[in-house]
Write a protein that binds this ligand. Structure first.
Ligand code: HEC
Length: 238
């Protein structure tokens, strides 16, 4: 091939690669081994909701869905499912059979407008377990401003936990006291977590409060982790 022809070849190959990149080259596989199998046939309703599958499966689905979503969908639908305007805000899809049917239809077949693929079809690429894990993550996003009214309370708990973490790191010995204090904070976090609203109508939000609640125990590590979740959550919600 002459150098000039080679350059043309290269340009065409690159252009082809680029348009292909919009469809499926950018897709990241989602590791779903930790979730219950769902069989071959596509379901119409989210099987990983806590009501259907129990709290543990729900939590695992949210975690797996978070990474699946942020790697595959966020570039168009926004980080943490908060849309930047490129494609619709998925947090508002209702967490019920209607919302699920619409969701899974789009997930499987994508979206094409005047022959142009605006959203890739993910059915074959990611599979049904990833589909419902991502759905579970999306529907448990807190609504805009949902943490606002709890901000002061969460900041106070975060400050208290930071002090406890420091005391534990310094070798505090009054373990019974610390454990009682940690339990009181855990109860307060549980109460807040239960009051954070979702835009989808899902009963439980995956929020800084629920994550802090989930990781808090009377160990130095557990206390530090919970404080960290609150710090990150409070800074994002700002
Ligand atoms: C290349 C951009 C792009 C990517 C990546 C993408 N989407 Fe979309 N998506 C769109 C567009 C464009 C639409 C249709 C117009 C709209 O709703 O904004 C859409 C629509 C949807 C809808 C229907 C929303 C509604 O309100 O009608 C769902 C559900 C959806 N996408 C889910 C996903 C999921 C889940 C992923 C990741 C696995 C994903 N999308 C990845 C661009 C994308």
């Amino acid at each position: 091939m002459k150098p000039k022809n080679f350059l043309i070849f290269l340009a065409v190959a690159l252009a082809a690669g680029q348009s292909f990149g919009h469809s499926d080259i950018g897709t990241q596989p989602v590791k779903t081994d930790a979730l219950p199998d769902l069989g071959e046939e596509w379901l119409e309703e989210n099987p990983y909701r806590a009501e259907a599958a129990g709290e543990e499966v729900w939590k695992t689905a949210v975690e797996i869905g978070a990474s699946g979503y942020n790697q595959n969908c966020a570039r168009c639908h926004g980080l943490e499912a908060v849309s930047g305007g490129l494609a619709s805000d998925l947090r508002f899809l209702e967490a019920n059979l209607d919302g699920d049917e619409w969701y899974i239809e789009r997930f499987r077949h994508g979206y094409t407008q005047s022959g142009v693929t605006k959203m890739p079809a993910y059915g074959e690429l990611l599979g049904q377990k990833a589909a419902w894990a991502i759905r579970t993550y999306i529907e448990t996003r807190p609504d805009d401003g949902a943490l606002d009214e709890f901000r002061d309370q969460l900041a106070a708990i975060r400050d208290a936990l930071t002090k406890i973490a420091e005391a534990l790191a310094a070798g505090a010995t009054a373990y019974a006291d610390i454990s009682a204090e940690v339990n009181a904070h855990k109860a307060a976090l549980s109460k807040v977590a239960g009051q954070v609203n979702t835009a989808s109508g899902a009963p439980t939000a995956d929020s800084a409060a629920s994550r802090a609640h989930g990781s808090l125990d009377a160990s130095a590590d557990g206390v530090a982790k919970a404080a960290e979740f609150l710090t990150v959550g409070l800074s994002i919600a700002q």
